[in-house]
Structure formats: structure tokens, C-alpha cells
Ligand binder design. Structure first.
Ligand SMILES: Cc1ncc(COP(=O)(O)O)c(C=O)c1O
Length: 229
């Protein structure tokens, strides 16, 4: 058990025993993994939340839109590349992952009339959250402890991670040679393409650059859509 913190600001905390701690999960460098992406106790965020909570503090994101949600969706479409047409908010990351999987299954069933697709391919060592559905695509992230939770939902499948430092294809080369994309295709073929509902590789893993990871995901999805849908 860690020590409890008495004061916390930005990404620095003071423990009850007056030790100085750095919260690795808050602030710029490691922020992608946890909830405090902007650091702790940011007065401007507290003010904005207070102001919003006096007008509308919560509205069911699964059924309704609200002015702040519409504004945020428009902003996301503006700052993300591509042509984002729809945004669906969820209360947290694990729910986002499970919702995406549910949307993929509905898409195949309702739009394509295909009821056989249920498997979701992720990468070994990936983390997608700690609810049961998200753990099913966690890519053995929970490692040796996984037997505590068995049986997990049976739709997750893994392929080797795009992690240049330990990559079986290109660790001895200067840079990633993208062969790991073929690994995903091998899993699609091994599992029977007609059972694959989605590919859910994490965008942040190891030390790889986010643009590089997006490129890998993009190519894997193109192969899946062009050859196996
Ligand atoms: C890539 C990724 N997906 C999902 C999650 C789960 O998010 P949450 O803890 O909000 O359920 C995390 C959390 O760290 C994450 O890093």
C-alpha cells in the first residue's frame, strides 16, 4: 500500500510522512495513461467545472446530447485529423473500450447483416481498462494474475506488440520496419476472418511515437477492411 498524500498540486504531492512524491500519472510526460492529464489542482479547471455544475452537472451521455457535449464534440472534430462525423462520450476509458466493441458488433449485425463476427484483436501487453469486457482485450496486461478473474469474456485475441526495442522482426534494425502489421493479418487468418469484429490496438505502448503507432493502426485497419470485410 502506498502512503496517503496530504497535499497535491500540479504533479507533486507531499505524503503524510512529509516525503516529496511525484505523481507520474499526472502532468505532461506520462499523462496519456491516467485521468489527471493536466496535473492536479488547476484553478482554471476547477472554476470551469464549478461554473458548469451550476448550469448542468450531468446528463446521460448514452441517450442525450447537451450543449457542452456538442461543443466538445465539435472541438474534437476540429483538432483530430480525418473527417470525424460522430462523437460518443462515455464516463471513462474502460466504458469507452466496451462501447466501441459493442458498436462494432452492432455495425456488423445491423448494417452488414453479419451475425458471426465477435472477436476483437489487440496487442500483447496492451492495457484497455479494468472492467471485465475491457480486460478481455487487455492483451495479458494482468499477466500472471489473470487466473484470479477467469473466465473472462471470450472475444479477445492478441498479436505481437509493435514495440521496436523487443520486436522479433526489427529489434536489430535502426527503426521499426512495420512487419508487425503482418502479425495482425496472421491472427485474422488463424482465427477465421469471418469471426473478426474489430481490431483494437492501443495507440500508446512502449516508447514508440504516437504518429508511428497511428500509422501502424491505420495500415492494419486498411488491410482488415479491404481484404476481410
Ligand atoms: C489505453 C487505455 N484504455 C483504457 C483505459 C481505462 O480507462 P479508465 O481507467 O478510465 O476506465 C486506460 C487507463 O489508463 C488506458 O490507458
Amino acid at each position: 500500500m502506498g502512503e496517503s498524500s496530504t497535499e497535491i498540486r500540479d504533479r507533486h504531492a507531499k505524503s503524510q510522512r512529509a516525503r516529496n512524491l511525484i505523481d507520474y500519472s499526472a502532468g505532461e510526460s506520462q499523462s496519456f495513461l491516467e485521468a489527471c492529464v493536466a496535473g492536479h489542482i488547476r484553478p482554471e479547471l476547477a472554476d470551469a467545472a464549478y461554473e458548469q455544475m451550476q448550469r448542468l452537472e450531468f446528463f446521460d451521455v448514452f441517450r442525450y446530447a447537451s450543449p457542452p457535449a456538442i461543443e466538445l464534440a465539435a472541438r474534437l472534430a476540429e483538432i483530430t485529423s480525418g473527417s470525424l462525423q460522430r462523437v460518443h462520450f462515455t464516463p471513462g476509458g474502460s466504458e469507452a473500450v466496451e462501447t466501441a466493441i459493442k458498436i462494432a458488433k452492432q455495425y456488423h449485425m445491423i448494417v452488414r447483416g453479419d451475425k458471426k463476427r465477435y472477436k476483437v484483436i489487440t496487442r500483447e501487453g496492451a492495457y484497455h481498462g479494468c472492467t471485465f469486457g475491457a480486460m478481455a482485450v487487455d492483451g495479458e496486461y494482468f499477466g500472471t494474475q489473470i487466473h484470479f478473474y477467469d473466465p473472462l469474456p471470450p472475444f479477445g485475441r492478441t498479436s505481437p506488440p509493435p514495440y521496436h526495442y523487443r520486436c522479433q522482426h526489427c529489434a536489430n534494425e535502426d527503426a521499426c520496419n512495420l512487419t508487425c502489421i503482418e502479425d495482425i493479418e496472421q491472427v485474422i487468418l488463424r482465427e477465421d476472418p469471418e469471426t473478426i469484429a474489430a481490431i483494437a490496438p492501443p495507440l500508446t505502448m512502449g516508447e514508440e511515437e504516437i504518429e508511428h503507432m497511428i500509422g501502424i493502426v491505420d495500415q492494419a485497419l486498411t488491410i482488415y477492411e479491404e481484404r476481410y470485410l
